[in-house]
Design a protein around this ligand. Structure first.
Ligand SMILES: CCCCC/C=C/CC(=O)SCCNC(=O)CCNC(=O)[C@H](O)C(C)(C)COP(=O)(O)OP(=O)(O)OC[C@H]1O[C@@H](n2cnc3c(N)ncnc32)[C@H](O)[C@@H]1OP(=O)(O)O
Length: 326
């Protein structure tokens, strides 16, 4: 309770991503030179309302309270020669928490060594994935926002590296809309099957961010620089059919038969000789690997700076305070 005990606001304003302290600072500063007793009452009122509103809007979940590996946010199954990694936060549109990035890396590592022939990434519920969970930005370590941006960039680079290096056929079963990083990494998948209900959206400029997942290289290569610019710079949302025409999606299925048709197809593919598939994939992909790692490192570095920009911070605050949606 700074104002209540110390008088007028006399400390520097916290960074914009330091949500709780910034709100307290703003309130303290707004009190100006009120007498201490009045300030004490006002401050108690403010903190009460902040705690109440943080229930529904700016919820800061301590890292220690986040779901641990083996929690139900990620479900991994292995059957019929297929390992399936399912994003399972349907109430949050399968947004990716920090924990989920780590768990997906572990799941890919395990899948690369298991007996399965094919690995699938899909989502549970109406969304495939709404991209990075924007509340990840609220978990500020003692080193501040710079440290947060630095560790985020390392995590991003490690995460994308796993996709670049994945040795077996990797298939995305896109069961609904896809946003942000869940779209950009599709360029690193070998097959992308989508329901006709899916959309593909990379609103990086809207969020003050920049492309990741090697999309700055894979998208122009897949669809040409102009179409890639429409998506990655102007945030044009593609329908599944548009994404298929542009080469990002392999095939689109009617939503009513999507699951049935896709799994019949994948089960048939999984019976092909696994070593032959693995070697063929590597022949197709290996020539690009070194380049992709360099691009990933560069994109992650650029994003680290973007995350510290006013444009990005304001976009995140807008979303978290329920003022903005895509
Ligand atoms: C290691 C770090 C790597 C970082 C790599 C960087 C990646 C960049 C990106 O991925 S950029 C993309 C970021 N994603 C977004 O900006 C999407 C934000 N979400 C939305 O705009 C909307 O939620 C929506 C369009 C996806 C869906 O809208 P709809 O109205 O259908 O549903 P709700 O908004 O009510 O969503 C249900 C609840 O889910 C929460 N939620 C959805 N997406 C996210 C998200 N990305 N981050 C955090 N929370 C998300 C939403 O807030 C609702 O929660 P509530 O029920 O508690 O209100």
């Amino acid at each position: 309770m700074p104002k209540a005990t110390e008088g007028p606001c006399n400390v520097p304003k916290p960074g914009v991503l330091d949500f709780i302290n910034k709100a307290k600072w703003d309130a303290w500063n707004a009190l100006g030179s009120l007498p201490k007793e009045t300030a004490r009452h006002n401050y108690v009122d403010l903190v009460s309302s902040l705690s109440a509103s943080s229930e529904s809007s700016i919820q800061v979940t301590p890292a220690a309270d986040r779901k641990q590996p083996g929690s139900d946010a990620l479900v991994v199954t292995s059957q019929d020669g297929i390992t399936t990694i399912t994003l399972n936060r349907p109430d949050k549109k399968n947004a990716l928490t920090t924990q989920m990035y780590h768990d997906i890396m572990l799941a890919l590592e395990a899948a690369s060594k298991d007996d399965s022939a094919i690995t699938v990434l899909t989502g549970n519920g109406d969304y495939y994935c709404s991209g990075n969970d924007l509340t990840n930005f609220t978990d500020i370590p003692p080193g501040g926002v710079e440290e947060k941006a630095r560790s985020g960039a390392v995590l991003l680079r490690d995460f994308v590296d796993r996709f670049i290096d994945f040795p077996k056929p990797l298939v995305a079963v896109v069961n609904g809309p896809a946003v942000g990083i869940s779209v950009t990494i599709l360029g690193l998948f070998d097959i992308v099957y989508a329901t006709d209900r899916a959309t593909f959206h990379t609103p990086f400029s809207h969020l003050g961010q920049s492309p990741e997942g090697c999309s700055s290289y894979t998208f122009p290569k897949i669809m040409g620089p102009s179409k890639a610019t429409e998506m990655l710079v102007f945030g044009k949302k593609l329908t599944a059919r548009e994404a298929c025409t542009q080469g990002l999606v392999t095939e689109v299925f009617p939503d009513s038969t999507f699951q049935k048709e896709v799994w019949v197809r994948l089960k048939a593919y999984s019976k092909l000789p696994p070593n032959a598939m693995r070697i063929s994939k590597q022949v197709i992909r290996n020539t690009e690997k070194e380049k992709l790692h360099a691009i990933n490192a560069e994109e992650s570095n650029i994003l680290r700076e973007r995350w510290l920009s006013d444009e990005c911070m304001n976009a995140v605050v807008s979303f978290l305070s329920k003022k903005a949606k895509l």
